[in-house]
Design a protein around this ligand. Structure first.
Ligand code: FPP
Length: 227
């Protein structure tokens, strides 16, 4: 049997808060450690022979409901992180892209996002997509409205092309922290993807666990509805 090829990996990074609580720390400590793990996993993917795209759920449209201080911390962390990450993106050949309703972010953060996209646009080892203020139903509604505005017939192809993520279908979705939910993430793009749920909290997730999960994925039989 041929091995499956992993080109597009998506991850719901969950469990930062619990990781911090287990250590008697504030939740934000978990986000800080989580951001370091984002870098390690991104670099692993950039050096992987078949992965082309890594899509990460970094902030959902529901995350605004968190305490104001935690939201503010996450915004600052993201801005600081993107600033520091530029060197690593260039060194590792990573193209950065963001999806989601970015207009709700501060103009400083929006500028940081746009500038980082621009500065890394020619990198070709990996595309890292951060989903920021992202919700999948809203993405699909937006795609349908844009297609209608352009007088396009509504088909699977036209909706797919008008999504913010027309890159490719997702081959494998991983969610950390033991929760068995999709949480409004990439509903359209996940139609045929393999799903993997690990109890590991995101700050404890390592490239070697990812390696094992990928080996498991490569050995799975994918039928896409056939027999
Ligand atoms: C879930 O943990 C994680 C998030 C809300 C977003 C992910 C954020 C990071 C990995 C850190 C920042 C990312 C970047 C790219 C700088 P949770 O708080 O929901 O954990 P819990 O379920 O244990 O409370």
């Amino acid at each position: 049997m041929n091995k499956n090829t992993l080109q597009h990996l998506a991850i719901i990074m969950d469990g930062n808060g619990r990781w911090a609580k287990e250590r008697g720390e504030k939740r934000v400590k978990g986000h800080e450690k989580g951001a370091e793990v984002v870098r390690e996993i991104t670099n692993y993917c950039a050096n992987h022979p078949t992965i082309e795209t890594l899509t990460l759920y970094a902030f959902s449209t529901e995350n605004w409901k968190r305490p104001k201080l935690e939201v503010e911390f996450l915004m600052q962390l993201l801005d600081k992180w993107l600033k520091n990450e530029l060197e690593s993106y260039q060194k590792n050949g990573v193209r950065f892209q963001a999806i989601g309703e970015l207009s709700r972010f501060s103009s400083k953060l929006q500028k940081r996002i746009v500038d980082t996209q621009e500065a890394t646009k020619d990198n070709s080892k990996l595309t890292q997509i951060l989903a920021l203020n992202y919700g999948s139903r809203s993405e699909i509604v937006g795609a349908v409205n844009r297609a209608l505005k352009d007088n396009q017939e509504i088909t699977e192809q036209s909706i797919g092309a008008y999504l913010q993520t027309p890159y490719s279908d997702i081959d494998l979705l991983i969610r950390t922290s033991g929760e068995l939910r999709i949480s409004n993430f990439l509903l359209w793009q996940l139609s045929y993807s393999e799903l993997y749920f690990t109890p590991t909290l995101w700050p404890d997730f390592t490239p070697s666990e990812l390696d094992e999960i990928i080996a498991h994925f490569e050995a799975r039989e994918r039928r896409f509805g056939g027999v």
